[in-house]
Write a protein of this length. Structure first.
Lengths: 368, 446
């Protein structure tokens, strides 16, 4: 009896999230309206992230034609692509800049949809799939960083994976060795080596894209089914047609952004900010060079890890991840005003730690 | 002379600038602008003032960025592509500024109506600006890649001025043209409060955000023309516009696809190398393959053999460690201790697994560069408060003589045994012995 009730409720839940009667081109495209108000610009951010994702796929596939995923040849093949293949440097540069741009727009998308309470019923699954996509994006960043197999890539990956070991300290007795075994399972050996490269390559190029396609499909389907969320407490009543007006505007934004991205990719090599030895091929028998740091988009968790006790940061991260997934439930009754303040606080933290993380770190760690 | 030019003049001119501007704002606030002469002469003004302002604003922005963030600027301009882009933009802006300014000067000098509103200061400003722009172009052409060298010379000099610790050593070796460019800049800063240059403080940025205003003309001719422009739709012209626009879009699309296709074909055709480049590439590949092969042969050796040679004891040094690979394929360091016996210690930081550096400091410690932990090489203990909490594990070793007889062993805990008896080991001949690591001392996962 009880199970029957549960099943019925579950079916009803799904039916509300995926209404079959709306699954038509007419309802999902032709009839869709986009609200017009002060926060309308935020409706472009998700599409922008999608655009950068498309660029990643195209440039990524192009680089696959030249990349060789073995510790002996990875660095040389990337070097060859950059220095000798016509347009190779541009493709690689586009991939790198666009990855940063994608992460930036995904973060903004998260903050604005949170502030606009776009996760309210019936859009819970849109939010959850979005959060999962966010995790995937960070996974893309972490695994892709290793592939050129240069000093900073391998050493930063070592540090990143090494933090799994730190959990061991907090586990009792025989369990305390578990994190190390977990890390060695992930990296496929006692140290970061060929096995790690093969695994990260497979994850970066096959696993994550496939999972992303699935989640992205779900995400986009539910966006089209339920339409854009109102976004503000008092709708202005003004809307514009999704097709063709909003789509055209979206394409315009994509065009402008692509122009900017291409200009940056042509003029500024993404590794112009690194000191040269960091990009030299990885030497497993030498010492680790100075200045090993993750990409900017990991600063928000890297600097706290450097400054605060590990258990605090690890606990915070766990709370954050679970909290993000449960946002539709936790903030069900919160007003948009409060949500906006929370999003603003998060944005300020992210900006400050990303721009001034190093200065803050030096201030508190006694000037090393 | 240099002292006045580089230190006295700047402070003098900045004082004059600040005091003068404050006084002018207080005494004659409505004069903080540039007297317009658009009513008197329009065509040449447009030809001159627009390129001039676009050019000079780009140039000033470039100067400002190089001054504000010299470190980022330096690493950026170390890049050839970026440097070329920046210098090209700079030269284009300079050409625009010089052209526009020349038009403005010419217009001032030859238009009779303008003479009435031209005061002496206007001419001085125009003249100085022209000289300054030409000087700047001269410097950029004569001493190439100013975008790069300025980060190490003029930027730190300006910083020293603004932090009130003037240091002219950065710029004292610069050629006369640069000196003049700098000096003239300071003179012009001082002139700002007394001339039309003051309009830099009253840029009407509000225009960019104010609500749009519609100008409604009352004369009939204007009225019909403006209404047509504002959207009085004429089906014939609109059709023509549509066809023209479509044609433009198609042409742009074709051009773009041709360009993209060309690049794509080039990309997939791959590298076209000449002989030396091919040789270099192959050599590099082989070298990496050899390094990998060497690493894998080390691994094989560790699987097969019960003991592995690290070095001769005489080759070890108390201050600079010798890297070797332990039984787990992790980096390790070998030193010679104070008692002339080897010290073997893991070089894999117990914090996050970076490789510890090999040189020993005065306190007998080696440092992990990732998060700055210091480890004592004798005990392996990290310094108090270090990110690493666990000591670096010490490795056991064997000492063999030339015939392969084991003379002395030490396990990871530091316990020594003398298989041949303690007296068999001659302290004088220690340097000739060989240091080996042994599988039986290897502690899995330590």
């Amino acid at each position: 009896m009880k199970t029957a009730g549960r099943t019925r409720r579950f079916v009803a839940f799904l039916a509300e999230r995926f209404p079959a009667e709306k699954m038509s081109l007419q309802a999902m495209v032709q009839k869709k309206e986009v609200p017009v108000h002060r926060w309308s610009w935020a409706y472009y951010l998700g599409g922008l992230a999608l655009f950068f994702f498309i660029i990643q796929i195209v440039t990524g596939l192009m680089m696959l034609f030249y990349y060789e995923p073995s510790v002996a040849t990875a660095h040389a093949s990337v070097e060859n692509l950059t220095n000798n293949v016509p347009g190779g440097a541009l493709i690689r540069n586009l991939h790198a800049w666009s990855s940063s741009a994608m992460i930036l727009s995904v973060m903004l998308h998260l903050l604005t949809t949170f502030a606009m309470k776009a996760f309210g019923r019936p859009r819970e699954l849109t939010w959850v799939s979005g959060v999962l996509l966010l995790f995937l994006v960070f996974g893309f960043g972490f695994t892709g960083y290793l592939l050129p197999w240069h000093q900073i890539a391998v050493n930063a990956t070592k540090v990143g994976l090494g933090s799994i070991d730190a959990f061991g300290e907090y586990l009792p007795g025989a369990l305390s060795d578990l994190p190390r075994q977990l890390r060695e399972t992930i990296q496929g050996g006692a140290t970061v080596g060929q096995a790690t490269l093969s695994r990260f390559y497979a994850i970066h190029v096959i696993v994550l894209p496939l999972v992303s396609f699935g989640l992205l499909g779900l995400h986009l389907l539910s966006v089209q089914l339920h339409g854009m969320s109102p976004g503000v407490d008092k709708p202005t009543g003004r809307t514009e047609k999704f097709f063709p007006l909003f789509i055209l505007k979206d394409l315009k934004v994509w065009g402008v952004v692509f122009l900017m991205l291409a200009t940056v990719a042509i003029c500024i090599p993404f590794d112009a900010f690194l000191d040269y030895p960091l990009a030299a091929p990885y030497n497993s028998l030498g010492s680790t060079p100075d200045g090993i740091k993750p990409e900017w988009y990991f600063f928000w968790m890297y600097y706290p890890l450097e400054l605060l006790p590990f258990w605090l940061v690890a606990g915070g991260m766990a709370v954050l991840q679970v909290g993000l997934l449960l946002v539709p439930r936790i903030f069900r009754g919160t007003s948009r005003k409060v949500l906006k303040s929370l999003a603003a606080a998060a944005a300020i933290y992210l900006i400050v730690i990303t721009l001034f993380g190093q200065a803050i770190y030096e201030m508190f760690s006694g000037g090393h | 002379m240099d002292a006045f030019l580089y230190v006295g003049l700047p402070y003098l001119s900045l004082t004059v600038l600040i005091v003068g501007t404050v006084v002018r704002f207080r005494q004659a606030p409505f004069s903080v602008s540039s007297l317009s002469s658009q009513v008197l002469e329009k065509k040449q003004l447009a030809l001159g003032t627009i390129p001039w302002h676009i050019g000079i604003l780009i140039l000033l922005a470039g100067h400002l960025v190089a001054f504000l963030v010299p470190d980022i600027w330096r690493s950026l301009t170390a890049n050839r592509a970026f440097l070329l882009t920046v210098e090209t933009i700079g030269f284009m802006a300079a050409a625009m500024a010089a052209f526009g300014l020349s038009v403005l000067v010419y217009r001032r000098l030859v238009t009779a109506r303008l003479q009435a509103v031209t005061n002496r200061m206007d001419l001085v400003v125009l003249g100085l600006l022209l000289v300054q722009v030409l000087l700047g172009i001269g410097v950029a052409l004569g001493k190439r890649w100013g975008a790069q060298w300025s980060a190490g010379t003029t930027s730190p000099y300006l910083w020293s001025l603004f932090t009130f610790q003037p240091d002219m050593t950065y710029v004292s070796d610069l050629p006369a043209s640069v000196k003049l460019h700098l000096g003239l800049a300071w003179v012009m800063f001082a002139l700002i409060p007394f001339t039309r240059l003051i309009h830099g403080f009253s840029v009407p940025l509000g225009y960019l955000w104010r609500a749009p205003q519609q100008v409604i003309w009352t004369t009939r001719r204007r009225l019909t023309r403006e209404t047509a422009r504002a959207g009085g739709v004429n089906p014939e012209t609109s059709r023509r516009h549509f066809v023209k626009g479509l044609g433009g879009l198609v042409a742009a699309g074709v051009l773009m696809s041709v360009g993209v296709l060309d690049k794509l074909v080039g990309y997939f055709r791959g590298q076209r190398l000449d002989r030396t480049e091919q040789v270099d590439l192959l050599e590099k590949k082989l070298e990496r393959l050899r390094a990998t092969a060497e690493e894998q042969s080390l691994e094989l050796e560790r699987l097969q053999k019960d003991a592995i040679l690290v070095a001769q004891l005489g080759q070890l040094d108390p201050k600079i460690g010798r890297y070797f690979t332990d039984y787990q394929m992790r980096p390790a360091l070998a030193f010679k201790g104070a008692d002339h016996l080897p010290i073997l210690i893991s070089a894999k930081c117990t914090h996050l697994g970076c490789t510890v550096a090999s040189n020993v400091d005065d306190k007998g410690q080696i440092m992990c560069p990732c998060h700055i932990s210091y480890f004592d090489i004798r005990t392996g203990q990290p310094n108090p408060g270090a990110p690493a909490k666990l000591p670096l594990p010490r490795l056991g070793w064997l000492l063999k003589d030339a015939k392969g007889t084991v003379m002395l062993t030490q396990d990871g805990a530091g316990n020594r045994t003398w298989p041949q008896g303690q007296e068999a080991l001659d302290p004088a001949s220690l340097d000739g012995l060989e240091v080996w690591i042994a599988k039986r001392f290897d502690t899995e996962g330590a």
